[in-house]
Design a binder for this molecule. Sequence first.
Ligand code: ZN
Length: 318
Amino acid sequence: MRKLSLLLLVLLLAFTSACSQTKEKTPTEGGKTTLKIGYLPITHAGPLYMEEHVHDEQVEGYDVEMVKFGSWPDLMDALNTGRIDGASVLVELAMMSTEQGIDLKAVALGHKDGNVLITSKDVQETADLKGATYAIPHKFSSHNLLLNEMLKKDGLTYEDVNVVEMAPAEMPAALSEQRIAGYVVAEPFGAQAVVLDKGKVHYHSEEIWPESYCCVLVLRNDTIQKNEEAVQSFIAQYVKGGELANKKDEAVYESFSEFMKVEKAVLDLSLQWISYDDLRLEEEEYDKLSAFMVEMGLTENPPAYEEFVDNTFIDKVK
Ligand code: ZN
């Protein structure tokens, strides 16, 4: 086992150094740095959508280019190989890359709360899910952790349910066709089932795990080292974007619509559940998340808080 891990590590190092040799430098145009930031079109990446300075070439000295992805594996591949400089991503996926030697830093949260555990309308209590099929987006997700915590809380085990990974956009249809009894995933897919009256909220994430961490803004450490001033400004704009998104007003719908196709009623509902306030990653909460991952056997050695989190930028934002 030890030999195998060593071999994997050697291969990984060879791969990452090959990538860094062929990798283009952070592109510059007329002396301007461009930070390429990956995202999936979901409510959880909200702070990136909000403040026009974050993505609109208006801040002096650097540009932010938003790069849209269709799936987490595609986004992680681009992040791990340096094709993008950073991303709003599931914290567990970023932690696994760090564990495998990719030098990433989590510089802010994407949001707090904002997940719902959806079931079909005939599910009255969690015990009704025994033997049923329940969908998650990825085993390395807070959605998987939330499912496990819910089952434990209500006296079931993870093995009592048939857990399947499924593409988020497919989940509302799978529920209405009774292929699954429920799902937990990034928004707006939970709100979609509720608005379409195909499913109901069985639990809000904060009833299971208050202020749960889910998505984080991560940056490659080489990008941070080369562009400290631009990164500082970007994080300041990002925090401001979170504050604006938290107003959940008409301007929020307009800004979000530029990045994700969503009906107003669906977005309004998913915004009711989420918070973009106070996006600093705290050690106690991070350790709780790490412990959940270890408990579920997702990792044996999650990256330490000091290794994974870089709060130097967010701490300078007033
Ligand atoms: Zn999230």
